[in-house]
Ligand binder design. Structure first.
Ligand code: AWU
Length: 403
């Protein structure tokens, strides 16, 4: 019998070109892994500074190649940077300017690579004009449905981009949000292709000893993990309410709290300033507070972790589903509000923290109450054969388009 790899996509060559932020890079990596396992050749473009982290999560398939791209000089953008995680929002805007200056470089790469399809992101509004003479199927902005809706409503950049696109590619499936997908296809007037929710493979690295040792002190499913993704930062007031809410539950917890990267100030000092008086001492036996990057998937996969308080970034939500963690959602911006509504409403798979209607504030009681409620209803999406069928259908659809 012919293998699935051999039969579904051996002739396709796809270029991945995500925006230089890990919230964007990660789903492109997950899609690359799944497509390569279905026989699709992948060329993955990113800045040199991101290559190490990208290669640690890309599968070792010979079909996947990472191609470093040079970040052109822009006044005010320090050389060597190439990821929003290291920058303030103002610098991230300059990185978008640098990306615009990459057009000649990308054009010559496309001439060399000769891909069938290029997946771009919301920032490369110039891409269709350079790509159209070179490849037949220019681009699909690979985004979640909610990001698409947001950009449709709020950004002109995506509007410029959207007019030149062949199709839209969404990290979603009919089972999650069929009626909304029909709606978006109608309002854009474009066909929509679906990847499914891209449930990632379990990571191959091991959890750092510091976390393992701490987590193993607690019973199964008792620890609350709390983090806000790669680029969402709480205000000091919100941090106060959050940690007081965590304290009030009496449960053990890990809270990962970061601050807007602005090149100044020590994050640990900022944390101390944000904490309520006496908090650190009161929770020292059952609370861990961390600032910086953590091995999120491995923490969520730990037996002791049972609940995840997060910003409703879609990858984080899927990772919570994978690890059978209860979800408490505290969206902060953009698509996170829509993700949160979908998960807590339509899917009934989590609880959104109640907030006041006028300003969107939450308080410690709101958080504590949400933590004590349970959610359910996501198992369907995690089944392996369902996952495979999403990608098989998607590859077949791409082949139909390019042939
Ligand atoms: C498109 C953009 O994605 C953003 O996503 P963000 O990166 O914050 O969150 P996730 O999608 O959960 O992705 C975050 C990813 O980073 C991983 N991670 C994060 C922090 C850490 O310390 N360690 C980790 O391993 C995590 O495991 C997940 O895979 C926002 O929603 C934004 O609104 C949206 O427009």
């Amino acid at each position: 019998m012919e293998s699935q790899e051999g039969s579904s996509g051996s002739q396709l060559h796809v270029v991945m070109f995500p925006w230089l932020a890990f919230g964007h890079i990660t789903p492109f990596v997950q899609l690359s892994n799944k497509l390569a396992s279905h026989g699709v050749q992948i060329s993955f473009l990113s800045a040199p500074v991101n290559i190490q982290r990208i290669s640690s999560s890309l599968s070792s398939s010979p079909l996947i190649k990472i191609i470093p791209v040079h970040i052109p000089a822009v006044d005010g953008l320090p050389p060597g940077l190439g990821c929003t995680a290291d920058m303030s929002p103002a610098l991230a805007d300059l990185l978008k300017v640098a990306l615009d200056k990459m057009q000649p470089q990308i054009e010559s790469l496309l001439i060399d690579l000769e891909p069938h399809i290029v997946f771009i992101d919301f920032v490369q509004h110039w891409f269709p004009s350079i790509a159209s003479p070179l490849i037949r199927y220019q681009n699909f902005p690979f985004r979640s449905l909610r990001s698409c809706l947001r950009s449709l409503l709020l950004t002109n950049v995506s509007k410029q981009c959207e007019n030149c696109l062949t199709l839209l590619l969404l990290k979603s499936c009919d089972e999650m949000e069929g009626p909304y997908l029909d709606y978006i296809s109608k309002i854009y007037g474009k066909p929509v292709l679906l990847t499914g929710p891209l449930v990632p493979e379990p990571p191959i690295d091991k959890l750092e000893e510091k976390w393992e040792k701490w987590l193993q002190k607690f019973p199964a499913k008792s620890v609350v993990f709390c983090s806000f993704g790669s680029e969402t930062f709480l205000q000091d007031e919100q941090i106060k309410e959050l940690v007081l809410g965590l304290e009030q539950t009496g449960l053990p917890f890990i809270a990962v709290l970061n601050f807007v990267p602005d090149g100044g100030g020590d994050s640990n000092v900022k944390l101390k300033i944000a904490f309520p008086i006496g908090f650190a001492e009161r929770v020292q036996d059952r609370g861990m507070v961390h600032t910086g990057w953590v091995q999120q998937q491995l923490i969520l996969a730990h037996d002791s972790v049972g609940c995840y308080v997060c910003h409703a970034g879609l990858s984080s939500v899927i990772e919570a589903f994978m690890n059978d963690c209860q979800l408490v959602l505290l969206p902060q911006r953009g698509d996170q509000f829509l993700n949160s509504k979908l998960v807590s409403g339509d899917l009934e798979a989590g609880v959104q923290v109640t907030r006041d209607d006028e300003h969107g504030h939450f308080n410690e009681e709101d958080l504590c109450t949400s933590l004590l409620i349970m959610g359910n209803g996501k198992d369907f999406l995690l089944k392996k054969y369902i996952q495979d069928s999403f990608i098989t259908n998607f590859v077949a659809e791409m082949k139909r388009i390019v042939n």
